[in-house]
Design a protein around this ligand. Sequence first.
Ligand SMILES: *[C@@H]1O[C@H](CO)[C@@H](O)[C@H](O)[C@H]1NC(C)=O
Length: 196
Amino acid sequence: MAGWWPALSRAARRHPWPTNVLLYAALFSSGDALQQRLRGAQNDWRQTRRVATVVVTFHANFNYVWLSLLERALPGRAPRIVLAKVLCDQVVAAPIAVSAFYAGMSILQGKDDIFLDLKQKFWNTYMSGLLYWPFVQLTNFSLVPVQWRTAYSGLCSFLWAIFLCFSQQSGDGTFKSALPFFHTKGSSAIKGSPEK
Ligand SMILES: *[C@@H]1O[C@H](CO)[C@@H](O)[C@H](O)[C@H]1NC(C)=O
């Protein structure tokens, strides 16, 4: 295989913060571009740029700082510790990350009420996250071999990015709103209004 994976690991070790920011931005931007495609829409690159902006300015840094703090507060991989980390993550970090995404996107889209999406979609999205992230984290620590965990985390973040960007643009934050939509791609009957 090409040398990109060792190069990436080396970069992550030497410069963990910027590597994390770049990786996160890449995952979310591709997630957004892909969900636009799956909806059967023309790619709206301005929208993808907004997603990248929100993730670079907030989520990537928040994620990095939060995970470092969490690891310092609850070091190790003992089952009890992992459960405590999963719980903290869902109670503290998840609501902040979801809120910042909806509000941040609304600000960049110049919406009149930057809290409207947040009010309408927060609970659904948070509940969907509750069904998804603890499962991801527990399988990560219990089933996935150590050398695959970074890649597995990346893949899971990518899938979440697809769902979150879809929810922001056309869905309501439930998995139910996302699933049938991808089946009927091309029909734009339930198209959301991402602009204004
Ligand atoms: C998966 O485990 C690795 C440590 O082995 C950790 O760095 C990463 O944050 C975990 N990912 C998730 C989504 O829990």
